[in-house]
Design a protein around this ligand. Sequence first.
Ligand code: MG
Ligand code: ZN
Length: 385
Amino acid sequence: MKSKILSILLFFVITLGVTAQEDYKDKKNLKETYVNLEKHQVFKLPVEVIPPGTKPRNIILMIADGMGTTQLFAAYTANGGALNITNLPYSGFSTTQSADNYITDSAAGGTALSSGQRTYNGAIAVDMDRKPITTILEIAERNGKATGLVSSSAITHATPASFIAHNISRNNYEEIAADFLKTDIDIFIGGGKSFFEERKDGRNLLDELREKNYLVLDSIRQAPGISKAPMAILTAQKHNPAYPERGNLVQEGTEKAIKVLSQQEKGYFLMVEGSQVDWGGHENNTAYIIKEMLDFDKAVGKALELAAVDGETLIIVTADHETGGMSIESGDFEKGKIRAMYTTTNHTGIMVPVFAVGPGAEHFTGVMKNTDIFYKMLNLFGFDK
Ligand code: MG
Ligand code: ZN
């Protein structure tokens, strides 16, 4: 009897441990009309005079996890008919299917974008045979570029993980955290601190980062004037809270990363993720989705303001998949009002939008596969796989 109770307890402890980063999937569904009262100004992009064929020195890949055209148009409506994203001069669509499923998850979706290979759902930059696949971040680093990751979830969560780690499962957060030490990433900003310091193997990765000369901080505001790499800013033990509770983390993280990376001589690769559009989608929560989309759009605005104007930086905005099967039932540009409906609390298989600006942006038009985005970035950087 005692051992039965113990084993049941153990089961719960293990299950809770594994799903600690997945709590966002259990919240109850809120189906409501959202009215946005805080419209933001969009950045006025100068008209580009970049000759076609120009190669970018820097690439910023911005991923809104779970953003389909509906999430985008809901945010566009809520913001009075204007967004930074929709101002980008080139656009297309990306198909999102994974190697083993019509409906991808964020691990396989992230891996397709990061490494140009479709794999099974749950895989972090490993192929169908569970062998590691080199990512654009690793290739950029190998070729002397500076690299960075910014995320509004834990930095060990599927999307950022698929750029820097290799693991058979997205749930192995501590192993994923350890993979950060195998690279020389110049700056990373996000939650997930506990996976670096409260580990089953007893390692303290924060100390190990310090030994590698990283400045390790809890918040971007601790380093106002500092733009020296390497830097690790771990802003939450697990995930960051939703917007606006977490503050302007994505925007400020984007700014900090660009400032640090642009000091580097040979250019950079930066991935910025707006993680929680997806979580709003899983909850069928219109307000959550739109607030996260608007927060992400402000980060895109920051990237445009700081990097698009240098004529050397390609900025790509896309998603890994759509979440919620969201549809707009009614909307009002003036009132910033949206009423949405949903067909699922999971991901869907539709194409997602791709937007681009800067040298090479002309390649991001028409319908492409998620994996094509990797190859376009690789070719534009002029690197071999
Ligand atoms: Mg994600
Ligand atoms: Zn999801």
